[in-house]
Design a protein around this ligand. Structure first.
Ligand code: FES
Length: 262
């Protein structure tokens, strides 16, 4: 894990009304980064406010350029501060943190299900899976077309995309389930990976249980320290019929979808 390292920001730009995209040079440390992990970014170099870091999932890992990329939603003081960073500024970040996604040996087709910025961490997984020869299918859900993220990158990776939006009235669960069924019946997917929506996660959970598939979820509980100390990010896991409280930042953020209490 890298600790409190200052890394150069290559770009930090707004890509839609609510979302920003940042690329940071991390050098050889990039070799330790896996999809599903996150970094804790200090939101300002100027003073200590807000002193807490913001956890951002890795969106793209560029092992050749030794950089990582993040997508982030601007919704509070911390992320507003992040937008102030300019190209060439230094970013103080800690990571990679957390448990990454696992891909089963022998998987040929997997399905990614994401809403909003939840697609960031699943895009890193898609990149990783495609490099292993796994065909990815993805259902992307968003409020509006303007909120859709990563479409161009996923398309360039050869991911089969199914887009649903609230504004078009296509994001209802019954419709999403129909899409899941069609993809599964046609390609016999081996696993579902989900992030960004409790409703979609519940749907995906019932689908993997019903169809006896692998399933993983990247949780986005509110984090504070991001390092397992404060217990601000606890969620419940069902283990052998016992409910166990675990820290999303330490034992996660990726969990077995069938075990997470949603
Ligand atoms: Fe502090 Fe997880 S954020 S323990």
């Amino acid at each position: 894990m890298m600790l409190y390292k200052l890394n150069e920001i290559l770009f930090n730009k707004q890509i839609s009304s609510r979302y920003w995209h940042m690329e940071v040079f991390v050098g050889q440390d990039v070799d330790n980064v896996l999809p599903g992990q996150f970094f804790n970014l200090l939101c300002s170099n100027e003073n200590t406010f807000p002193f807490l870091r913001r956890p951002l999932s890795v969106y793209k890992i560029n092992y050749d350029k030794k950089t990582i990329e993040f997508l982030y939603l601007v919704k509070g003081d911390g992320t507003k501060r992040l937008t102030k960073f300019k190209n060439g500024d230094c970013m103080d970040l800690v990571g990679p943190l957390g448990v990454p996604f696992k891909l089963n040996n022998g998987a040929r087709h997997i399905l990614l299900v994401a809403r909003g910025v939840g697609i960031a961490t699943l895009t890193a997984l898609a990149q990783y899976a495609v490099e292993k020869g796994i065909q990815c299918h993805a259902i992307l859900s968003a409020r509006t077309k303007d909120d859709l993220l990563a479409v161009r990158l996923l398309t360039s990776l050869g991911v089969h995309l199914h887009i649903v939006t609230d504004e078009e009235g296509t994001s209802e669960l019954t419709h999403v389930k129909e899409i899941m069924q069609k993809i599964h019946y046609k390609f016999s997917i081996q696993g579902i990976y989900v992030c960004g929506s409790k409703r979609l996660s519940k749907l995906a959970k019932s689908f993997v249980i019903e169809q006896k598939l692998e399933g993983q979820i990247a949780l986005e509980e509110h984090m504070a320290c991001g390092m397992g100390v404060c217990f601000a990010c606890v969620c419940n896991i069902l283990n052998d019929e016992n409910i166990e409280s675990v820290r999303v930042c330490k034992e996660g953020p990726v969990f077995d979808l069938r075990k997470v209490v949603l």
